[in-house]
Design a protein around this ligand. Structure first.
Ligand code: MG
Length: 387
Protein backbone atom coordinates (compact mmCIF):
# COMPACT_ATOMS: atom_id res chain seq x y z
CA UNK A 1 0.00 0.00 0.00
CA UNK A 2 1.22 3.49 -0.79
CA UNK A 3 2.33 5.63 2.12
CA UNK A 4 0.33 8.85 2.32
CA UNK A 5 2.38 12.02 2.67
CA UNK A 6 1.91 15.66 3.55
CA UNK A 7 4.67 18.20 2.89
CA UNK A 8 4.63 21.40 4.90
CA UNK A 9 6.68 23.90 2.90
CA UNK A 10 6.64 22.14 -0.47
CA UNK A 11 7.92 25.14 -2.47
CA UNK A 12 11.11 25.63 -0.42
CA UNK A 13 14.44 23.97 -1.10
CA UNK A 14 13.76 20.84 1.02
CA UNK A 15 10.11 20.63 -0.09
CA UNK A 16 11.04 20.67 -3.77
CA UNK A 17 13.72 18.03 -3.28
CA UNK A 18 11.28 15.87 -1.30
CA UNK A 19 8.91 15.96 -4.28
CA UNK A 20 11.83 14.95 -6.55
CA UNK A 21 12.48 11.90 -4.38
CA UNK A 22 8.77 11.03 -4.29
CA UNK A 23 8.47 11.40 -8.07
CA UNK A 24 11.08 8.66 -8.45
CA UNK A 25 8.96 6.26 -6.37
CA UNK A 26 5.39 6.63 -7.68
CA UNK A 27 4.40 3.18 -6.39
CA UNK A 28 5.53 3.91 -2.84
CA UNK A 29 4.01 7.30 -2.01
CA UNK A 30 0.87 9.33 -2.54
CA UNK A 31 0.78 13.08 -1.91
CA UNK A 32 -2.22 14.00 0.25
CA UNK A 33 -1.33 17.59 1.16
CA UNK A 34 1.07 20.37 0.15
CA UNK A 35 1.64 23.79 1.65
CA UNK A 36 3.51 26.98 0.96
CA UNK A 37 3.54 30.45 2.43
CA UNK A 38 3.34 32.75 -0.59
CA UNK A 39 4.81 31.07 -3.66
CA UNK A 40 1.43 30.10 -5.10
CA UNK A 41 2.78 30.03 -8.68
CA UNK A 42 4.99 27.06 -7.88
CA UNK A 43 2.37 25.51 -5.60
CA UNK A 44 -0.09 25.63 -8.48
CA UNK A 45 2.33 23.65 -10.68
CA UNK A 46 2.86 21.14 -7.86
CA UNK A 47 -0.90 20.74 -7.35
CA UNK A 48 -1.45 20.04 -11.06
CA UNK A 49 1.39 17.50 -11.08
CA UNK A 50 0.85 15.70 -7.74
CA UNK A 51 -2.93 16.15 -7.27
CA UNK A 52 -3.07 16.54 -3.47
CA UNK A 53 -6.52 16.45 -1.82
CA UNK A 54 -5.71 19.57 0.20
CA UNK A 55 -3.30 22.48 -0.03
CA UNK A 56 -2.56 25.26 2.41
CA UNK A 57 -1.27 28.81 1.88
CA UNK A 58 -0.51 31.69 4.25
CA UNK A 59 -3.83 33.57 4.17
CA UNK A 60 -7.37 33.75 2.80
CA UNK A 61 -6.44 36.22 0.05
CA UNK A 62 -3.80 33.86 -1.41
CA UNK A 63 -6.15 30.89 -0.97
CA UNK A 64 -8.85 32.59 -3.09
CA UNK A 65 -6.31 33.68 -5.68
CA UNK A 66 -4.93 30.15 -5.98
CA UNK A 67 -8.44 28.65 -6.19
CA UNK A 68 -9.28 31.04 -9.04
CA UNK A 69 -6.11 30.23 -10.91
CA UNK A 70 -6.68 26.50 -10.68
CA UNK A 71 -9.44 25.62 -13.11
CA UNK A 72 -12.81 24.36 -11.93
CA UNK A 73 -11.95 20.75 -12.66
CA UNK A 74 -9.25 20.74 -10.02
CA UNK A 75 -10.65 19.16 -6.88
CA UNK A 76 -7.90 20.25 -4.48
CA UNK A 77 -9.35 21.98 -1.43
CA UNK A 78 -7.43 25.10 -0.38
CA UNK A 79 -7.09 26.16 3.27
CA UNK A 80 -4.94 28.79 4.91
CA UNK A 81 -2.96 29.77 7.98
CA UNK A 82 -1.74 27.72 10.90
CA UNK A 83 -5.20 26.10 11.26
CA UNK A 84 -4.83 24.86 7.69
CA UNK A 85 -1.37 23.44 8.44
CA UNK A 86 -2.69 21.66 11.52
CA UNK A 87 -5.62 20.33 9.51
CA UNK A 88 -3.44 18.65 6.85
CA UNK A 89 -0.88 17.41 9.39
CA UNK A 90 -3.50 15.55 11.42
CA UNK A 91 -5.65 14.00 8.65
CA UNK A 92 -6.66 10.48 9.58
CA UNK A 93 -5.30 8.89 6.38
CA UNK A 94 -1.86 10.56 6.52
CA UNK A 95 1.15 8.39 7.45
CA UNK A 96 4.08 10.78 7.06
CA UNK A 97 4.36 14.54 7.60
CA UNK A 98 7.45 16.18 6.09
CA UNK A 99 8.16 19.41 7.97
CA UNK A 100 10.16 21.79 5.79
CA UNK A 101 8.97 25.22 6.98
CA UNK A 102 11.66 27.63 8.12
CA UNK A 103 11.42 28.93 11.66
CA UNK A 104 9.13 28.54 14.64
CA UNK A 105 6.05 28.54 12.35
CA UNK A 106 6.45 24.77 12.07
CA UNK A 107 6.07 24.12 15.80
CA UNK A 108 2.27 23.89 16.21
CA UNK A 109 1.57 21.73 13.14
CA UNK A 110 4.52 19.47 14.04
CA UNK A 111 3.32 19.06 17.61
CA UNK A 112 -0.23 18.28 16.48
CA UNK A 113 1.07 15.71 13.98
CA UNK A 114 3.12 14.14 16.78
CA UNK A 115 0.03 13.99 19.01
CA UNK A 116 -1.76 12.14 16.22
CA UNK A 117 1.02 9.54 16.12
CA UNK A 118 2.28 10.43 12.65
CA UNK A 119 5.75 9.72 11.36
CA UNK A 120 7.52 13.09 11.15
CA UNK A 121 10.40 13.70 8.75
CA UNK A 122 11.69 17.00 10.03
CA UNK A 123 13.96 19.53 8.36
CA UNK A 124 12.84 22.47 10.50
CA UNK A 125 15.36 22.50 13.35
CA UNK A 126 13.85 25.63 14.92
CA UNK A 127 10.87 23.72 16.39
CA UNK A 128 13.18 21.15 17.97
CA UNK A 129 15.42 23.90 19.34
CA UNK A 130 12.51 25.82 20.88
CA UNK A 131 10.47 22.89 22.16
CA UNK A 132 12.55 19.71 21.77
CA UNK A 133 11.67 18.45 25.22
CA UNK A 134 7.91 18.72 24.60
CA UNK A 135 8.09 17.26 21.07
CA UNK A 136 10.14 14.25 22.17
CA UNK A 137 7.94 13.62 25.21
CA UNK A 138 4.73 13.80 23.15
CA UNK A 139 6.25 11.58 20.47
CA UNK A 140 6.99 8.91 23.06
CA UNK A 141 3.51 9.17 24.58
CA UNK A 142 1.77 8.97 21.19
CA UNK A 143 4.10 6.46 19.50
CA UNK A 144 5.06 9.02 16.86
CA UNK A 145 8.49 8.78 15.20
CA UNK A 146 10.58 11.89 14.58
CA UNK A 147 13.17 11.34 11.85
CA UNK A 148 15.72 14.01 10.96
CA UNK A 149 16.25 15.33 7.43
CA UNK A 150 19.11 17.56 8.56
CA UNK A 151 22.16 15.88 6.96
CA UNK A 152 24.23 15.73 10.18
CA UNK A 153 21.45 14.14 12.19
CA UNK A 154 20.61 11.75 9.38
CA UNK A 155 24.28 10.74 9.46
CA UNK A 156 24.14 10.14 13.22
CA UNK A 157 20.96 8.08 12.84
CA UNK A 158 22.65 5.97 10.18
CA UNK A 159 25.79 5.44 12.30
CA UNK A 160 23.70 4.58 15.36
CA UNK A 161 21.89 1.73 13.66
CA UNK A 162 22.04 -1.38 15.85
CA UNK A 163 24.34 0.33 18.37
CA UNK A 164 23.40 0.76 22.02
CA UNK A 165 23.29 4.36 23.19
CA UNK A 166 25.42 3.55 26.26
CA UNK A 167 28.24 2.74 23.84
CA UNK A 168 28.48 6.32 22.56
CA UNK A 169 31.49 8.25 23.84
CA UNK A 170 30.67 11.31 21.78
CA UNK A 171 28.91 12.60 18.73
CA UNK A 172 31.13 14.56 16.35
CA UNK A 173 29.01 17.05 14.42
CA UNK A 174 30.87 18.24 11.35
CA UNK A 175 30.57 21.80 10.04
CA UNK A 176 31.77 23.18 6.72
CA UNK A 177 32.56 26.46 8.46
CA UNK A 178 30.39 28.34 5.97
CA UNK A 179 31.48 31.08 3.56
CA UNK A 180 33.26 33.29 6.14
CA UNK A 181 35.34 30.86 8.13
CA UNK A 182 38.65 31.70 6.44
CA UNK A 183 38.26 35.49 6.84
CA UNK A 184 40.29 37.62 9.25
CA UNK A 185 38.26 38.99 12.18
CA UNK A 186 38.63 42.54 10.86
CA UNK A 187 37.11 41.61 7.49
CA UNK A 188 34.08 39.90 9.04
CA UNK A 189 32.13 42.97 10.01
CA UNK A 190 32.10 44.42 6.48
CA UNK A 191 30.67 41.28 4.91
CA UNK A 192 27.77 41.97 2.56
CA UNK A 193 24.52 40.01 2.54
CA UNK A 194 25.52 38.65 -0.87
CA UNK A 195 28.89 37.33 0.38
CA UNK A 196 27.25 35.69 3.39
CA UNK A 197 24.68 33.99 1.14
CA UNK A 198 27.41 32.41 -0.97
CA UNK A 199 27.80 29.03 0.80
CA UNK A 200 30.80 26.96 -0.37
CA UNK A 201 29.24 23.49 -0.40
CA UNK A 202 25.45 23.60 0.05
CA UNK A 203 22.70 25.46 -1.83
CA UNK A 204 19.98 26.24 0.74
CA UNK A 205 17.38 28.80 1.82
CA UNK A 206 18.47 32.28 3.01
CA UNK A 207 17.88 31.86 6.76
CA UNK A 208 19.91 28.65 7.05
CA UNK A 209 22.68 30.01 4.83
CA UNK A 210 23.17 33.02 7.13
CA UNK A 211 23.00 30.65 10.11
CA UNK A 212 25.81 28.69 8.46
CA UNK A 213 27.87 31.87 8.00
CA UNK A 214 27.56 32.78 11.72
CA UNK A 215 27.87 29.09 12.70
CA UNK A 216 24.58 29.46 14.61
CA UNK A 217 23.37 26.64 12.37
CA UNK A 218 25.84 24.33 14.11
CA UNK A 219 24.77 25.62 17.52
CA UNK A 220 21.12 24.92 16.68
CA UNK A 221 22.17 21.47 15.47
CA UNK A 222 23.83 20.72 18.84
CA UNK A 223 20.47 21.42 20.51
CA UNK A 224 18.67 19.39 17.84
CA UNK A 225 21.02 16.41 18.46
CA UNK A 226 20.57 16.70 22.21
CA UNK A 227 16.81 16.11 21.86
CA UNK A 228 16.70 13.74 18.88
CA UNK A 229 19.26 11.35 20.37
CA UNK A 230 18.69 12.06 24.07
CA UNK A 231 22.37 12.76 24.63
CA UNK A 232 24.19 15.09 27.02
CA UNK A 233 25.50 18.29 25.34
CA UNK A 234 28.87 17.48 26.93
CA UNK A 235 29.08 14.50 24.57
CA UNK A 236 28.42 16.58 21.45
CA UNK A 237 31.52 18.03 19.80
CA UNK A 238 31.82 20.28 16.74
CA UNK A 239 34.55 19.71 14.16
CA UNK A 240 35.23 21.96 11.16
CA UNK A 241 35.46 19.87 8.00
CA UNK A 242 35.49 22.25 5.02
CA UNK A 243 34.81 19.62 2.32
CA UNK A 244 31.54 18.53 4.06
CA UNK A 245 31.75 14.96 2.78
CA UNK A 246 31.65 13.46 6.28
CA UNK A 247 28.17 14.45 7.44
CA UNK A 248 28.86 13.50 11.07
CA UNK A 249 30.46 10.75 13.15
CA UNK A 250 29.99 8.77 16.34
CA UNK A 251 32.92 7.84 18.53
CA UNK A 252 32.22 4.78 20.67
CA UNK A 253 33.57 3.84 24.10
CA UNK A 254 36.14 1.46 22.58
CA UNK A 255 37.68 4.26 20.50
CA UNK A 256 36.15 3.17 17.20
CA UNK A 257 34.48 5.78 15.04
CA UNK A 258 31.68 5.40 12.52
CA UNK A 259 31.20 8.13 9.94
CA UNK A 260 28.63 8.62 7.21
CA UNK A 261 29.86 10.08 3.94
CA UNK A 262 28.14 11.01 0.70
CA UNK A 263 27.93 13.72 -1.93
CA UNK A 264 26.37 17.09 -0.99
CA UNK A 265 22.86 16.14 -1.95
CA UNK A 266 19.93 16.69 0.42
CA UNK A 267 17.90 14.12 -1.52
CA UNK A 268 20.01 11.46 0.24
CA UNK A 269 18.91 12.30 3.84
CA UNK A 270 15.38 13.02 2.57
CA UNK A 271 15.24 9.57 0.97
CA UNK A 272 16.63 7.97 4.13
CA UNK A 273 13.94 9.61 6.28
CA UNK A 274 11.16 8.59 3.86
CA UNK A 275 12.29 4.96 3.60
CA UNK A 276 13.71 4.60 7.14
CA UNK A 277 15.18 2.19 8.14
CA UNK A 278 15.74 0.93 4.58
CA UNK A 279 18.29 2.09 2.04
CA UNK A 280 16.93 2.14 -1.49
CA UNK A 281 18.57 2.37 -4.90
CA UNK A 282 19.08 5.77 -6.48
CA UNK A 283 21.17 7.17 -9.31
CA UNK A 284 22.50 10.25 -7.48
CA UNK A 285 26.21 11.08 -7.81
CA UNK A 286 28.63 8.81 -5.97
CA UNK A 287 31.63 10.03 -4.00
CA UNK A 288 34.91 9.59 -5.85
CA UNK A 289 37.69 9.56 -3.25
CA UNK A 290 40.40 9.85 -5.89
CA UNK A 291 38.86 13.13 -7.07
CA UNK A 292 38.42 14.47 -3.51
CA UNK A 293 42.07 13.72 -2.72
CA UNK A 294 41.98 14.70 0.92
CA UNK A 295 39.65 15.45 3.79
CA UNK A 296 40.75 18.08 6.30
CA UNK A 297 39.66 19.07 9.81
CA UNK A 298 40.04 22.06 12.12
CA UNK A 299 38.97 22.97 15.61
CA UNK A 300 36.09 25.49 15.64
CA UNK A 301 37.01 29.05 16.64
CA UNK A 302 34.41 29.80 19.31
CA UNK A 303 35.65 33.35 19.89
CA UNK A 304 35.33 34.33 16.27
CA UNK A 305 31.93 32.65 15.98
CA UNK A 306 30.28 33.22 19.40
CA UNK A 307 26.88 31.90 18.23
CA UNK A 308 28.07 28.35 19.00
CA UNK A 309 28.87 29.33 22.60
CA UNK A 310 25.46 30.99 22.93
CA UNK A 311 23.74 27.79 21.80
CA UNK A 312 25.62 25.64 24.35
CA UNK A 313 24.81 28.27 26.98
CA UNK A 314 21.09 28.25 26.12
CA UNK A 315 21.06 24.46 26.39
CA UNK A 316 22.87 24.57 29.74
CA UNK A 317 20.40 27.11 31.16
CA UNK A 318 17.53 25.15 29.62
CA UNK A 319 13.81 25.88 30.07
CA UNK A 320 12.68 28.69 27.79
CA UNK A 321 16.23 29.89 26.97
CA UNK A 322 16.69 27.84 23.76
CA UNK A 323 13.38 29.29 22.49
CA UNK A 324 14.73 32.78 23.24
CA UNK A 325 18.00 32.00 21.45
CA UNK A 326 16.02 30.80 18.44
CA UNK A 327 13.55 33.72 18.35
CA UNK A 328 16.31 36.30 18.80
CA UNK A 329 18.34 34.64 16.05
CA UNK A 330 15.44 34.66 13.57
CA UNK A 331 14.95 38.40 14.10
CA UNK A 332 18.68 39.25 14.05
CA UNK A 333 19.21 37.27 10.82
CA UNK A 334 16.31 39.14 9.25
CA UNK A 335 17.79 42.46 10.34
CA UNK A 336 21.09 41.49 8.70
CA UNK A 337 19.32 40.43 5.48
CA UNK A 338 17.60 43.86 5.49
CA UNK A 339 20.96 45.62 5.94
CA UNK A 340 19.92 46.91 9.38
CA UNK A 341 22.88 45.40 11.25
CA UNK A 342 26.21 43.85 10.26
CA UNK A 343 26.89 40.17 10.61
CA UNK A 344 29.14 40.45 13.68
CA UNK A 345 26.30 42.17 15.55
CA UNK A 346 24.07 39.09 15.25
CA UNK A 347 25.63 37.23 18.23
CA UNK A 348 25.98 40.43 20.29
CA UNK A 349 22.27 41.19 19.90
CA UNK A 350 21.25 37.60 20.64
CA UNK A 351 23.43 37.58 23.76
CA UNK A 352 21.85 40.82 24.98
CA UNK A 353 18.38 39.39 24.49
CA UNK A 354 19.37 36.23 26.38
CA UNK A 355 20.85 38.27 29.25
CA UNK A 356 17.51 40.07 29.68
CA UNK A 357 15.48 36.87 29.81
CA UNK A 358 14.45 35.22 33.05
CA UNK A 359 14.13 31.60 31.96
CA UNK A 360 11.19 29.49 33.01
CA UNK A 361 12.15 25.89 33.71
CA UNK A 362 10.00 22.93 32.60
CA UNK A 363 8.02 25.19 30.27
CA UNK A 364 4.74 24.22 28.69
CA UNK A 365 3.87 25.17 25.13
CA UNK A 366 2.38 28.49 26.15
CA UNK A 367 5.57 29.41 28.04
CA UNK A 368 7.59 28.57 24.91
CA UNK A 369 5.43 30.81 22.70
CA UNK A 370 5.51 33.61 25.31
CA UNK A 371 9.32 33.40 25.47
CA UNK A 372 9.54 33.34 21.68
CA UNK A 373 7.28 36.41 21.38
CA UNK A 374 9.19 38.25 24.09
CA UNK A 375 12.54 37.42 22.43
CA UNK A 376 11.36 38.71 19.05
CA UNK A 377 10.02 41.95 20.50
CA UNK A 378 13.19 42.55 22.54
CA UNK A 379 15.50 41.72 19.64
CA UNK A 380 13.56 43.92 17.22
CA UNK A 381 14.11 46.88 19.55
CA UNK A 382 17.82 46.07 19.88
CA UNK A 383 18.15 45.88 16.06
CA UNK A 384 16.27 49.15 15.55
CA UNK A 385 18.52 50.93 18.03
CA UNK A 386 21.54 49.69 16.07
CA UNK A 387 20.23 50.79 12.68
MG1 MG B 1 22.68 20.50 8.79
Amino acid sequence: MKRKIVILGSTGSIGRQTLEVIKEHPDEFEIIGLSCRENIELLKEQIIKFKPNISVVANEFLAKKLKNELNNFNKTKIFWGVEGLIRISTLEEVDVVVVAITGIASLLPTLEAVKHGKEIAIASKESIVAAGDILVREAKANKATILPIDSEHSAILQCLKNERKENIEKIILTASGGPLYHLADSALKNISVEDALNHPTWKMGKKITIDSATLMNKGLEVIEARWLFDISPKKIEILIHPQSYIHSMIQFVDGTILAQLSEHDMRIPIQYALFYPDKVVNNYNRLDFTKIGQLTFKRPRFNKFPCIKLAYKALEIGGTMPAVLNGANEIAVNAFLNNQINITEIPIIIENTMKNHIPKLNPNLEDIFDADYWARKTTLLLCENKA
